[in-house]
Design a protein around this ligand. Structure first.
Ligand SMILES: CC(C)(COP(=O)(O)OP(=O)(O)OC[C@H]1O[C@@H](n2cnc3c(N)ncnc32)[C@H](O)[C@@H]1OP(=O)(O)O)[C@@H](O)C(=O)NCCC(=O)NCCS
Length: 175
């Protein structure tokens, strides 16, 4: 398996959605995506929204995709979205995802390492990430790449009508 990483481009929306949907086994309770339902969230409308965003020339927005050279599938992606307010425009929120079939092969580590380089190039001073407290893989990934745990957000993710979980707030000041 050969993986290469490139910047996201318009037209990637469909493949990104397909990769997310592929990770749905119908067992919502065990789903590793704590933030949204991969199956329900990626409608045609949302896919075209992703593509539209990818076509904008915006230094504060960056998506990197990891492509499997053998089949051109998107094995994973990561992104940052910058803040627009004057006093906080040095910060951007980032996120990451690797398809379960490609997990634990170092792909997220490669993606996030490159994302940090892109963030520096964009002149950002800080990347931030929110990670569900039970998301051990993301906790390990963030800490491995030098993100520092800065706080805890109580009941930040609504899993169902009566179930909420907390998330850790991570930050990395870019030197
Ligand atoms: C988090 C995620 C991106 C990790 O992707 P990955 O390509 O498997 O990660 P890597 O192979 O680069 O591993 C990164 C580190 O996490 C550890 N790790 C990965 N999966 C793990 C798991 N299921 N349990 C425990 N540790 C795990 C690895 O051992 C590695 O640490 P190490 O180098 O010290 O051994 C992936 O599991 C994912 O997409 N999860 C669902 C989406 C999600 O949670 N997004 C984040 C929202 S904040």
């Amino acid at each position: 398996m050969k993986i290469f990483i490139r910047k996201g481009k318009p037209g990637d929306g469909k493949a990104i959605a397909a990769s997310l949907k592929e990770c749905c086994n119908g067992e919502c309770k065990d789903c590793f995506n704590r933030y949204l339902c991969n199956e329900k969230s990626f409608t045609e409308k949302n896919i075209s929204r992703i593509d539209k965003r990818l076509s904008l020339k915006d230094e504060r927005y960056c998506v990197l995709v990891a492509i499997d050279k053998d089949n051109d599938k998107i094995a994973g992606f990561c992104s940052f979205i910058g803040n627009r307010l004057e006093r906080t425009e040095h910060r951007a929120e980032c996120g990451w995802f690797v398809n379960i079939n490609y997990a634990r092969k170092g792909i997220a580590t490669k993606l996030l390492t490159k994302l940090l380089i892109e963030a520096r190039k964009s002149g950002l001073r800080k990347l931030e990430a929110e990670v569900a407290v039970d998301n051990l893989a993301s906790v390990k990934l963030a800490e491995k790449l030098g993100f520092v745990r800065e706080g805890l957000k109580k009941d930040s993710i609504k899993l169902s009508e009566k179930r909420f979980i907390d998330s850790f707030l991570y930050g990395k000041v870019l030197s």
